[in-house]
Ligand binder design. Structure first.
Ligand code: UDP
Length: 147
């Protein structure tokens, strides 16, 4: 039998509610949407990032013009870090989150529903979700080394 798109593929992903989301009291709303979708919370922790942690987390963006402002923003307050488990959750959470720029993210997505379009930078897009199995394994290892 060939594999179909409904084949059960358990995955884990790293989700962050970024400092803007925590400041705007949207942590619970993000977790609610994750649970409503049927995903399982494996770990949830309010954390203050460090430069070292963010250097690892955003290594692929080092040197880009938005990198330093992004790191400063991520250090501007606590983030809610979570490991989320479920069937194809990596792609599934990114679909819950919506596209990177909240200004044009689809309604019904976290960024589309709560992103603001009055001049905030793209960096303030409320959430992060790993973009591949490799990124998920690397990011979970950085944020939750004991898992
Ligand atoms: N980002 C930014 N300016 C850009 C592109 C990205 O500030 O022009 C920030 C934004 O917070 C984004 C993060 O960098 O979420 C990582 O970028 P990526 O392209 O990986 O987007 P994501 O996977 O988070 O949608």
């Amino acid at each position: 039998m060939t594999e179909t798109s409904s084949a059960n593929t358990a995955q884990r992903t790293l989700v962050l509610v970024k400092p803007d989301g925590v400041r705007r009291n949207l942590s619970g709303e993000v977790l609610r949407r994750i649970e409503a979708k049927g995903y399982t919370l494996v770990a949830v922790e309010l954390r203050t990032a460090t430069r070292e942690l963010l250097a690892g987390h955003y290594a692929e963006h080092e040197g880009k013009p938005f990198y330093e402002p992004l790191v400063e923003f991520m250090l501007s307050g606590p983030v809610l870090a979570a490991v989320v488990e479920g069937d194809r959750v990596i792609e599934g959470f990114r679909s819950l989150a919506g596209t990177t720029d909240p200004t044009t993210a689809a309604p019904g997505t976290i960024r589309g529903d709560f992103g603001r379009d009055w001049g905030l930078k793209v960096q303030q897009n409320l959430v992060h979700g790993s973009d591949s199995e490799e990124s998920a394994a690397r990011e979970i290892g950085l944020w939750f080394p004991h898992l």
